[in-house]
Design a protein around this ligand. Structure first.
Ligand code: ADP
Ligand code: MG
Length: 595
């Protein structure tokens, strides 16, 4: 090869650019559907053969393209969407780089049929390997139809990187799903090998479209979010804590209707769910950020999947605060358990199930059901004032689907760990440790920042630590003091514990210090101060909570239930494990094959 410098031919330049824009069939689908949306289409149909590896067709009823412009469509940097550089900060359209059509045409065969509704005749164009083969008038319906075949035939290296047809088809569908989420007014239909695999009829609003696209399960378990901060508006839907996923793929973020990935915003979402869902589980969300075009740069990445915010700190705060607020408001206000069970009925529970007469005599004999039912119900009723569960703010739950704790009567403890409650429509088990852990955690969290006075120890306790641990402790003396845990560093390898929060077992200062030391050592890498604090609070809550395997008196159970009702996030413990497990009558009947 000679080392003279030459300007690359248009064809080669397009092929190189295609590497950035057209990675796989899903990228073709994304670019073409975006063009249809930009063209004002209200109806978009996608046909995939062999996962989009063999052929991709997009049929829209958008504006169409004028005969004279068709040749330009395949030229690089030819676009109808911007005319000056500054325009890109104002663009409402997806495209503006004028790269997608020539890029796709350079690595495949494209057949285009298009007509503007005001023209009598349309145009047919064929481009193969970047070379225009034909542009002729042709009859066709208004709108644009594009069929892409021979995909990557002239770039075998790229073809080799494709995954199975099923995977590629899934990725194509992901791309369509994201576009469909942000455009409820557009009808989408997707066919794979002739079979319809996805359909989204015109929806009246975002909520309706989200239900169609993200599934009934999500829309049954979601909360609305809405917040505003300076020029930025946040809206959308997030999953309730009991609905989690094994990865973060179901967190959809849209910035000015454009799907983007943004690590900082994802982190903000996850931070709001911290100590609410289990560590390795993820929420689902569809979030829409709307902000002035000048405050966000969409021209960072050729596929425009990433954006740059002018004030990303502001965005982070808005997202994490709005979601945290919505989660707190959505869970268990007004003392009702956010838990799905059959609708609550106004009638008094009918007689005790016959089979329960054989219940362990200790339970049946000792605590007469009527007494307990009365004791618990009247007590809980009078304290929390719930006769009927009230609708949750911003939630899709109807009051019928929620139950108040008063619907249940306490039966007893199982394995000295689980509290059994029965109601008319089923029974529930409560994990006493998990429940109490959440109560204590929320109490500690509420008091941190307010500075509560700890309970002084009769004898201050000296605890020896390694110099490394001492160094970690010295960084959090003030925070611990705020929650009533008073310590003093004593030389290079010991601390003195002077006071403990009243809810912690006063005799266990050594263990408590060890727990905190573990958390601090673990968290060296955690940059977020708030996150560190919450981890410490969760460890303290675990220490303070009633243990599994300990006997509880009915009075203690009642007190626990009362506290639990008044506690936010009362469906999971601070580590994200469930507090309540529900067995509905229907489920039980199915287990016994009655249904
Ligand atoms: P961009 O979208 O960045 O402008 P593209 O290469 O994707 O660049 O498209 C080039 C041009 O082709 C667009 O600006 C638009 O004018 C035209 N075009 C492409 N697809 C369609 C379509 N489905 N309907 C109408 N016009 C289209
Ligand atoms: Mg485009």
């Amino acid at each position: 090869m000679s080392n003279r410098i030459v300007v690359l031919s248009e064809e080669i330049a397009n092929k190189i650019a295609a590497g950035e824009v057209v990675e796989r069939p899903a990228s073709i689908v994304k670019e073409l559907v975006e063009n249809s949306i930009d063209a004002g289409a209200r109806d978009i149909r996608v046909e995939l053969e062999k996962g989009g590896c063999e052929s991709i067709a997009i049929i829209d009823n958008g504006s169409g393209i004028e005969y004279e412009d068709v040749a330009l469509v395949f030229e690089r940097h030819a676009t109808s969407k911007i005319h000056h550089f500054e325009d890109i900060y104002r663009v409402a359209s997806f495209g503006f780089r004028g790269e997608a059509m020539p890029s796709i045409a350079s690595i495949a065969r494209m057949e285009l049929l298009t007509r503007r509704s005001e023209d009598l005749a349309g145009t047919r164009a064929v481009v193969e390997g970047g070379v225009i083969k034909e542009i002729l008038p042709a009859g066709c319906s208004a709108g644009t139809q594009i069929r892409v075949t021979k995909i990557f035939e002239n770039v075998p290296a790229r073809r080799k990187f494709l995954k199975t047809e099923t995977t590629e088809q899934g990725l194509c569908l992901d791309a369509i799903t994201r576009l469909a989420l942000a455009h409820p007014e557009i009808r989408f239909k997707v066919f794979a090998n002739g079979r319809e695999i996805f359909t989204a009829p015109e929806a009246k609003d975002m909520a309706e479209r989200i239900a169609m696209v993200m599934g009934a399960d999500f829309s049954d378990h979601c909360l609305a979010v809405a917040g505003e901060n300076e020029n930025v508006k946040l809206s959308g839907f997030i999953s309730r804590p009991e609905f989690t996923r094994s990865n973060s793929r179901n967190i959809f973020l849209f910035v000015n209707s454009r799907f983007v990935r943004d690590n900082s915003v994802s982190h903000a979402v996850l931070s709001a769910y911290r100590q609410i869902i289990e560590a390795r589980r993820f929420p689902a969300a569809a979030l829409f950020l709307d902000l002035p075009g000048d405050d966000v740069d969409v021209n960072v990445h050729p596929a425009k999947m990433e954006v740059r915010f002018k004030d990303s700190r502001n965005i982070y705060d808005l997202v994490s605060r709005t979601i945290a607020r919505s989660l707190a408001a959505g869970d268990a206000p007004k003392g009702s358990f956010v838990y799905r069970l059959a609708p609550r009925e106004k009638t008094q529970p009918s007689g005790f199930p016959r089979s329960a007469e054989n219940f362990p005599p200790r339970l049946a004999g000792l605590y007469s059901r009527q007494n307990l039912q009365q004791a618990i119900s009247s007590d809980l009723l009078s304290r929390s004032g719930v006769a009927e569960a009230a609708p949750l703010a911003g939630s899709d739950y109807t009051p019928k689907e929620k139950i108040a704790f008063t619907d249940f009567s306490y039966l007893g403890q199982f394995a000295n760990t689980y509290l059994i409650f029965v109601g008319d429509k089923g029974f529930i088990l409560i994990d006493q440790h998990a429940a109490h852990e959440r109560i204590v955690f929320e109490k500690l969290k509420k008091s941190s920042g307010e500075k509560i006075i700890g309970q002084p120890l009769l004898l201050p306790e000296v605890v020896s630590l390694s110099p490394g641990q001492i160094a970690l402790f010295s960084g959090c003396v003030d925070f611990l003091q705020e929650i009533g845990l008073e310590i003093e560093i004593f030389g290079r390898d010991a601390i003195v514990v002077k006071a403990l929060p009243a809810i912690l077992p006063q005799t266990q200062s050594r263990e408590i210090i060890a727990d905190i030391a573990d958390q601090l050592a673990d968290q060296n890498s955690l940059p977020d101060l708030q996150e560190r604090k919450e981890k410490i609070l969760a460890a303290l809550a675990c220490r303070a909570a009633i243990k599994a395997n300990s006997v509880m008196t009915p009075e203690e159970v009642m007190a626990l239930c009362r506290d639990l009702e008044a506690t936010p996030f009362n469906v999971t413990c601070p580590h994200g494990r469930p507090i309540i497990v529900n067995f509905s009558l229907g489920e039980i009947e199915r287990m016994f094959k009655r249904k």
